[in-house]
Design a binder for this molecule. Sequence first.
Ligand SMILES: Cc1cc2nc3c(=O)[nH]c(=O)nc-3n(C[C@H](O)[C@H](O)[C@H](O)COP(=O)(O)OP(=O)(O)OC[C@H]3O[C@@H](n4cnc5c(N)ncnc54)[C@H](O)[C@@H]3O)c2cc1C
Length: 452
Amino acid sequence: MPTSSVATEFTGISPRPRDKTQHRIAIVGAGASGIVCARELKKRGWSHVTVFERSHEAGGKTRSTILNDSATGRQAIAELGTYCIMPSAVVQEIIEDNGLADDIVNHRPIQYYDIARNKASSPLFSTDDSRPFWKKLAEFLRYSQETSRLALSQKPGFAAPFAPELLWSVDEWLTRNDFEFVRKAMFPLFCTTFGGPGFKDIPTLYLMKYEGLRRRLPMWRRATATLPRMRLGNQEIWKRAARALDIRYGEPVQSIGREQDALRLHTPTGASTFDSVIWTTSLPFLDAALPPERNADDSTLGARRFYRQVRQLKRAVLTYRVENLPRDVAWIFPDVSLAGALGESYGVKNWPGTDCYSFYPWMNEGHTLDDLDRSMRNLVTRLGGRVTSTVGSPFVSGYHPYFDAKTLESGAYDSLESEQGRGGVYLCGEIMSGILLPSTTEYARNLIERFF
Ligand SMILES: Cc1cc2nc3c(=O)[nH]c(=O)nc-3n(C[C@H](O)[C@H](O)[C@H](O)COP(=O)(O)OP(=O)(O)OC[C@H]3O[C@@H](n4cnc5c(N)ncnc54)[C@H](O)[C@@H]3O)c2cc1C
């Protein structure tokens, strides 16, 4: 019997009275989550807030890069991480506060590309399902009802009404509900954006978070798969917001020690002492950074055992200059299985006005970047194009951290949330919130509202 892990209203450890002018807060990571935490703390009058960031710029997985296309002499901005900005009040507020409201534009609508037929079409019209239109429509309406019942869109994180289906894998949920047309029509989009090759294991809980966000899009955007982005690059949101914050760039937190009631953060340049730490990145990393737990009971009963249970996908973005392919396309390849890259589906995007194309393949531990490079070149050849050069270096990131059904059932979120603030450590970021910017940023704001 599943526990109430996703049903609880979480409160965490009650904080001791703290003086906003004295209490020292460290935030680890200057991605969207860390920046929202720092911004919210500042707005509430906390004066000692320091963000540690291992790279040299803010944004984390929202990574935009300027491409100089020597062939056309044009410049374009490519997104190596966050591709589109889904509706979110927190992100919108930051966009407006930083003078970027007029910068929102649209990507080209996403199309599915059928290699066998050499044809691109809208996701809704691309399947070879021969059932009558009304049957497909009826299935879509059923799907819509089910997702509105299960979708986790309102509350940050995974505190939501519990339903047993949330523990089934996405694959099982589609099969048990007989969503076969939906599988064909929507699945490549799900796989490309959130599930990758791991969809067979990923609990439906996470799909429902994603569906909750997708449902916020106006109908016309959902139907045409036209998604919003920032003209200056999505990373610009975080770069601008970061200007008002105290961020130590190039300072990875390597370990966290305890010193009476305080926490001592070690980076390559030294150590500093804080009263609270908000951790926005990988939980297995945090497990390695913290001192070992003092006795066996701590690790078997406490939330920390879940730090090591996180599973994660991995994906790369490779960019090439390519001849002989249509320009200004955003394609998803359903069911493409190429030697050396994980199959299922993945996307390709041409950056407007240039011959540069970014490919977003999945990878696992066994894959090297050479494997992916060969696969992407093979794909271009099959499409009738020719790679003339590579552009920049591949951007590889951990993607979609999640817990499997068994770990969810044993109360992972219940436990992690109820121990928020234990020993001064707070957890934030993708594993706690779900992926995509609305989830991460709304969770971050809510964490500060709950505890500071
Ligand atoms: C290819 C790709 C496409 C995506 N597309 C979309 C999309 O279209 N729409 C959408 O909304 N979202 C998308 N996402 C997801 C979205 O980008 C993330 O969910 C979001 O950016 C996560 O923000 P975060 O701050 O929680 O984590 P991160 O962005 O991962 O930030 C964590 C930060 O911590 C830093 N860090 C790590 N370890 C340490 C350490 N030890 N010390 C100091 N700093 C450290 C990292 O450098 C990083 O800056 C995409 C992600 C990827 C990779």
